[in-house]
Ligand binder design. Structure first.
Ligand SMILES: Nc1nc2c(c(=O)[nH]1)N[C@H]1C(S)=C(S)[C@@H](COP(=O)(O)O)O[C@H]1N2
Ligand SMILES: [Mo]
Length: 209
């Protein structure tokens, strides 16, 4: 993955540093078995939910002190921009995306999970789920994203807000996020129950279990 992250004017990390999470071991830009597309395909299982901002909630539940955030509360949190590539397991990669949103790290600094809760099931409006480890969710490039290329995130791409986990295959980046369920033992989400990989690192081609 190729990724620049900055907060305000401070560059936290950039491509010049050639950090291992930006690219493959040999400095490749595109993971094995992937091809670059110029458009942005829409991959949605089922219908596209329409959620108006007045009713939008992000519910935090499970092995954690329960809390819910409304849209105003999310909008009031510091904004982070992430420049990244994204890689879909069906083999397309889209380079140079500019996302904007709230860093999950920022959000998580307000949460009180059980010390044993190392796994999360991400829930979406419409019923989609995916499992992600707490370690992957709190990587510095992970966002609850509501903007893309300077505009509000389009509804077919997950607006009002989706997860963005650029270092994993894109099925982990749940669109229309509605909740984060903390778990003390790992459980598979929707595609993972059909045999997709529990982690999904594109550089290791972790497509299936
Ligand atoms: N809620 C929800 N999130 C989802 C999906 C979905 O079907 N429903 N599809 C996943 C898959 S398989 C991919 S590749 C990406 C696609 O995001 P895009 O449609 O914005 O390209 O969203 C992921 N997040
Ligand atoms: Mo996908």
């Amino acid at each position: 993955m190729f990724c620049i992250l900055w907060k305000g004017a401070t560059v936290v990390s950039d491509i010049v540093s050639g950090r291992s999470w930006d690219r493959g071991r040999q400095g490749e830009r595109v993971p094995p078995g992937q091809r670059v597309v110029q458009n942005w395909p829409v991959l949605t299982y089922g219908r596209t939910p329409q959620i108006d901002l007045a009713n939008w909630r992000l519910r935090i539940f499970g092995a954690v002190a329960e809390v819910a955030f409304g849209w105003e509360e999310i909008s009031a949190l510091p904004r982070t921009k992430v420049h990244c590539d994204m890689h879909c397991v069906t083999s397309w990669s889209r380079l140079d995306n500019d996302f904007e949103g709230v860093a999950l790290r920022e959000l998580f600094s307000q949460l009180k999970p059980s010390p044993a809760a190392e796994h999360v099931i991400v829930h979406s409006y419409g019923g989609y789920t995916t499992n992600v480890s707490l370690a992957d969710l709190t990587a510095e490039n992970v966002l609850l994203a509501y903007g893309h290329d300077g505009k509000a995130l389009a509804v077919e791409h997950g607006g009002p807000a989706r997860l963005l986990i650029p270092h994993l295959y894109l099925w982990k980046s749940a669109k229309w996020v509605s909740g984060l369920e903390f778990l003390e033992s790992e459980q598979p989400g929707f595609w993972e129950m059909y045999g997709y990989h529990m982690r999904g690192d594109p550089w290791k081609e972790q497509r299936y279990s």
